[in-house]
Ligand binder design. Structure first.
Ligand SMILES: [Mg+2]
Length: 230
């Protein structure tokens, strides 16, 4: 029986420097408002909810329709690609992430995919920049739903189609860095491994009682053992 490992991206697999540059530029280009992602706490949130948080914080009342979201998604993707291409925004893999995904990709007991608050286009740019994209099958993104707890089931369905077999929720493990990842796992009857490479240190993550908790992903064998035994 295979296990499906659903990785969060930001703070779990990658760290982005100066990600606010393309994000704020896309807000300006799309809405004509100088919103700033640095005024909110984006960790664990989806991009649409982050945008709404920014406007709420700035006391901006705005109705955002489907067309505008599509525009924002396109602007964010284009801006991210430009900033990463120019080296103004950098995305790097966190310690052990490449080695872990490589090990999982050659181990038939596991399928690796993503559950992320990024739009699919931005997720791809980040994973590509960090050298991780080729190890992960298509998962679920903020472009599928702005509510993170909706995403694990979508990712599971896509991976089931690819694997041509059913994967029980109990055989799925979400690997994340925030209590929101854990909440999404619990809401979908999935297991959750939290890592202390995002905003929250291990001591704080343990308070939420995830199924597993590690300081980081650097010890590949230790992570594999944990993922196999959860
Ligand atoms: Mg995260």
């Amino acid at each position: 029986m295979q296990r499906l490992i659903l990785f969060d991206i930001d703070g779990t697999l990658t760290r982005t420097e100066n990600g606010y540059l393309p994000f704020n530029e896309a807000i300006w280009q799309t809405f004509g408002i100088a919103g700033d992602i640095r005024t909110v706490m984006p960790d664990g949130n989806t991009d649409p909810l982050i945008v709404k948080d920014i406007f709420t914080k700035a006391n901006v009342e705005i109705e955002i329709g489907t067309d505008r979201w599509q525009q924002f998604t396109a602007n964010l993707g284009a801006s991210y690609r430009q900033h990463v291409g120019r080296g103004e925004t950098t995305v790097r893999a966190l310690p052990g992430a490449v080695e872990l995904l490589k090990a999982l990709s050659v181990n038939e007991a596991f399928i690796s995919s993503v559950v992320t608050g990024n739009f699919e286009a931005t997720a791809e740019i980040k994973l590509e920049a960090a050298g991780l994209l080729s190890y992960l099958s298509r998962g679920a993104y903020a472009s599928d739903s702005e509510n993170r707890p909706d995403l694990p089931a979508i990712a599971r369905r896509r991976c089931e189609q690819l694997a041509r077999r059913g994967i029980e929720p109990e055989r799925c493990v979400i690997v994340g860095d925030t209590p929101k990842d854990l909440e999404a796992a619990r809401g979908n009857h999935m297991k959750c491994l939290l890592v202390g490479t995002g905003r929250y240190p291990v001591e704080e993550l343990l308070y939420w009682q995830p199924d597993g908790c590690l300081a980081d992903l650097s010890d590949t064998n230790a992570v594999l053992t944990e993922l196999a035994n959860l």
